[in-house]
Design a protein around this ligand. Structure first.
Ligand SMILES: Nc1ncnc2c1ncn2[C@@H]1O[C@H](COP(=O)(O)OP(=O)(O)O)[C@@H](O)[C@H]1O
Ligand SMILES: [Mg+2]
Length: 355
């Protein structure tokens, strides 16, 4: 069986890097800088807390967040997800290391640039969006546009358009308290998108919602993103959500990145037991594609043919229907790119043993 695709976390050459994180450390406590060397020498989160009463929130984080994609940061509660993304607009300042947006160090921005970053270039959506209670849904969406200088009527018509795009037409004049949690999240998303910020930071935006509503919201985000192509950094503690939304996923544990790559590589080749534990119950047939487990073309020309994007469970159906035991794998252009056997597919559907 062919090796899984890139598990290194390095981006394909075609992806521009929107946010680069380099050797980022964040320690909370009265004397963070004093403990940096200890952390560099290998003192971990538990020890730093127990012996020195400081919180190691981020430990040598390195990431490339690609432009125009959904990048997921996943981890358990307390793993450092929120602290990490709060560095992107400098709500949190690093103990050490750098964050660059479009190649510019955010710590080097002057006051005006920082204001522009926070107001216009990055918008945020939280688990519970804080809508202004005494303003209508429409006014909440329009507000950010008005403070950016858009004339009132334009801001309102723009806001109405965004409400339509999040399926909230008809609720323009409702007040937040009259809306369900899911509806409020939709308004929060409309408000965040309406500013046309290049970067959307979404910190567990769907975590408080019922499963069904949550799935609807994920669908909506995917549908909007297909058209908008913003740079989305999406935080979740839920692997299903991560796999559903993430084009790339970074997994945090105790302030460290334990794995970073595309969803398939994480499911196929978890880098350690921690990640393995996360992915073991995943329905692999719905996540892994034929293209990521195929071997190179080998001269054999079986009759059966599968697109490289075929999910394993669909591949099994094809094998069963054709009574085939092997298939050629072709890309979108119809070019032969690989070879896969029924046995490879079955094997890949079993939970892996961590590397
Ligand atoms: N202002 C703060 N002061 C002290 N510790 C903090 C502060 N903010 C976060 N932390 C700690 O940093 C770690 C990471 O927190 P956070 O990023 O909020 O986790 P997550 O978002 O993954 O649940 C946790 O141990 C948390 O207790
Ligand atoms: Mg958090």
């Amino acid at each position: 069986m062919a090796a899984a695709c890139s598990a290194t976390g390095r981006l394909p050459m075609t992806d521009a890097v929107k946010i680069a994180v380099r050797n980022l450390y964040k320690i909370f406590g009265p004397h963070p800088a004093r403990y940096l060397d200890l952390v560099r020498q290998g003192v971990g989160k538990q020890e730093l807390m127990a012996k020195y009463d400081h919180v190691l929130a981020l430990n040598d984080i390195n990431l490339d967040v690609p432009a125009n994609r959904i990048f997921v940061v996943m981890g358990l509660s307390g793993s450092g997800k929120s602290v990490l993304v709060r560095h992107f607009n400098r709500i949190v300042e690093p103990t050490d290391g750098r964050v660059e947006i479009d190649g510019r160090d955010v710590m080097a921005l002057d006051e005006n640039e920082l204001r522009a970053l926070r107001r216009t270039r990055i918008s945020m959506v939280f688990q519970r969006v804080a809508l202004m209670p005494h303003r209508t849904a429409l006014e909440n969406v329009a507000y950010g546009l008005s403070i950016r200088g858009l004339p009132q009527h334009e801001a309102r018509s723009h806001a109405a358009d965004w409400m339509r795009r999040v399926d909230m037409s008809g609720y323009e004049d409702y007040f937040p308290a009259q809306l369900s949690g899911g509806m409020q999240q939709r308004i929060g998303i409309a408000r965040a998108l309406a500013t046309e910020a290049e970067i959307l930071l979404m910190d567990e935006p769907f975590s408080a919602l019922d499963p069904l509503i949550r799935t609807e919201m994920q669908d909506m985000l995917l549908r909007l993103q297909a058209e908008l192509k913003r740079t989305v950094v999406f935080i979740t503690h839920d692997l299903d959500e991560a796999l559903r939304l993430g084009e790339r996923i970074a997994i945090l544990r105790d302030g460290e990145i334990v794995q970073h790559g595309d969803p398939q590589s994480i499911v196929i080749a978890p880098s350690n037991d921690f990640v393995g534990e996360f992915v073991k119950d995943i329905d692999r047939g719905k996540v892994i594609t034929v293209g990521s487990i195929m071997s190179p073309p080998n001269g054999a020309r079986p009759k059966a043919k599968l697109a490289d994007t075929t999910l394993l469970e669909d591949a099994l159906v094809t094998f069963a229907e054709d009574g085939a035991r092997a298939a050629r794998v072709v890309n979108a252009a119809g070019k032969g790119v690989g070879y896969v056997e029924l046995a490879d597919v079955v094997q890949a559907m079993k939970a892996p043993v961590a590397a």
